[in-house]
Write a protein that binds this ligand. Sequence first.
Ligand code: ARG
Length: 293
Amino acid sequence: MDNLGRAKQNDIITETDALSWGYTYLMCPPDYFGVFYEINPWMHTENAPDRDLAQQQWRNLVANIRAAGASVKTLEAVEGLPDLVFTANAGLVDGRRFVPSNFHYPERQPEVLHNNEWFRSHDFEITNFSSDPMLHFEGCGDAFIVRNQLIAGYGFRTDLASHALLSKLLGVKVHSIRPIDPRLYHLDISFCPLDDRHAIIAPVVWDKQSCQGLEELIPEPLVLELDEALTFCANSIVIGKTIVMPHCPPRVGRILEKWGYDICVSPVTEFLKAGGGVRCLTLALDVSYAPRT
Ligand code: ARG
C-alpha cells in the first residue's frame, strides 16, 4: 500500500497467488453439540449454546461455503461427542493420507475412532505420526501448509516434539509457533493464511522467539491487535478470493477488501461458546504437502 492507504497493483491478489487448497471441507452437523465439559477458557457449562440457533448457524455456514465455490462432505454426529463438530481437530490430510490427531484432553480422545472410520471408508490411508500416546497433536487446529511448509502451533494442545515427526512424515520443513494466551489455545485462532504472500496473524499472543523468521514465509501479514484477535476473526477460511469469517472487525475488513478479498461473515456465536469458530468447524480435504515424485 502507498502512504495514503491506496492499494498498489501488487497488493491485489492474483490467481497465481491464491491458495491451491481449501475447496473441499469435512464438516459435522451439531446434532449432539453442547458445552458439557470445560477444556478451554470459553467453555462454561452454565452458558449452554442454543441448539436450534446452532443448527441454523451451521447450515448457514455450509450454504456460505458452497456459495463461495467449495464443496462440503459430512461426518455423522455421535451422541456423547459434542466437540466432534470441530472437524479441524480431526487431524490433517496430505493427498490420500490422513494423519489423525492425538487429543490432549480425554474428553475428545474417543473422537479419533469415528474420524478414522470416516477417512478409511472414503479411501484415505490412515498414517499415524507417532505411536506414543503421550505425544499430543490436534490436527489442523495447530497445523497449516504455507508455501509447501508446515506452520504448526504448540503449547496448550499440541506438543512441540510432534512437529519434528510430522515434518519428517510429510517431507517438509516446519516452523513452530507457540501461542501463549490460553484464550487462543490453538494456532488457528491467531493465524490464517490467505494466499502465497498474505496471512492474518496475531503475534501479540505468540512467544516472541517462535515468531523469528516468519517474515520469509509471510511477507505481507495483516497484524491483529489483541481485541481483534479475541473476536476469532482469524478463525476464518479462504475459498479463492472469498474469506468466510465468524466476525470481521472494521479495520480488518478494510485491509482485506483492499487486498481484493470478498468478505462473508457467517455468525457462529453458539460455537464460540465452546471456543470454536468457522475454521474449527471445517477440515480441508484437498491439501497436499511435498510434491510427490
Ligand atoms: N471445545 C473444543 C476444544 O476445546 C473447541 C475446538 C476448537 N477448534 C479449533 N480448531 N480451534 O477442543
